[in-house]
Design a protein around this ligand. Structure first.
Ligand SMILES: [Zn+2]
Length: 281
């Protein structure tokens, strides 16, 4: 059978080696940044399986525990996925309520917070309490595009590993389609935007630059009360003047990052998430 992490282990061999060494003494909180959304999730699941699988060369990928982890049906695995919407304080509290109990199996309990930037404020603070008073037998995994978008206190309590950036090659998708995905993501936090930016090779620097210039254009329209695009109508309806300026700074920073060679997919993810945050404050 094919596990979700098999491919990522081959594209991120350095991280695979790190995790293997780290498994000798697992940190109570591990933060995986960089790479793509899919790679981060794959490695988060790999880490859970590495710690829980009881076979000789864990994770075997075929035992009952490994299969349950792959199906998200393992009682000792909690997967809170911010890619599917914000992570709420009640959800974190539910997890916290079981942390004092021993895990169901012989391995540790693993709590994965995928796209942890989607933790809303109260949820992040509730999580922080768990990291500050770790119960033995519990291992946290935070996944995020970059540590800068998480609460510094969460980062400082985590062991941070940075995945390699995805390769830039391949398709050249239509600018209008990608702006539509971006607009939908900013409006709802959902849609295919993160899938698209996370797909290997779908975003190159030229495309990212073009998208960011369009966002700037929409911002100007929104700021002058003359929204012509779907994106500018959304921005005009949801942001005040101060917030429009904040988005402007975000886009400027992103363009600068592109110029110095930052990964375009990661830059776009970062911009979209920052904009989502501003609209949903
Ligand atoms: Zn196994």
């Amino acid at each position: 059978m094919t596990t979700p992490w098999q491919h990522t282990l081959s594209t991120q061999p350095r991280i695979a080696g790190f995790l293997e060494r780290l498994a000798q003494a697992p940190p109570s909180s591990l933060l995986l940044e960089g790479g793509t959304v899919a790679e981060r999730l794959a490695l988060g699941l790999f880490w859970a399986a590495r710690l829980m699988c009881r076979e000789e060369a864990p994770p075997c990928g075929t035992c009952r525990i490994c299969l349950q982890i792959v199906d998200d049906a393992c009682r000792d695995l909690f997967l809170l996925n911010g890619a599917e919407g914000s992570i709420k304080v009640d959800t974190v509290r539910e997890v916290r309520a079981v942390l004092g109990d021993p895990p169901a199996g012989r391995g540790p309990r693993v709590i994965i917070l995928a796209e942890a930037q989607a933790l809303i404020d109260g949820a992040a603070n509730a999580l922080l309490k768990s990291l500050e008073e770790p119960c033995p037998g519990n291992v946290f995994v935070l996944l995020a595009p970059s540590r800068e978008i998480l609460l510094p206190t969460l980062v400082s309590r985590s062991f941070v590993l940075t995945l390699g950036w995805p390769h830039e090659e391949g398709d050249d998708p239509d600018l209008r389609d990608s702006l539509g995905l971006l607009t939908e993501f900013i409006r709802s936090g959902k849609g295919a935007w993160l899938d698209w930016t996370g797909r290997k090779g779908s975003v190159d620097a030229r495309m990212a630059d073009a998208i960011l210039r369009e966002v700037q254009r929409s911002l100007v329209q929104a700021g002058y009360g003359n929204p012509l695009t779907e994106l500018s109508r959304l921005l005009a309806s949801r942001l005040d003047v101060v917030a429009v300026r904040q988005v402007g700074v975000i886009v400027e920073n992103a363009l600068e990052s592109l110029e110095v060679g930052a990964n375009p997919a990661v830059v776009l993810e970062w911009v979209a998430i920052r904009m989502w945050n501003l609209l949903h404050k």
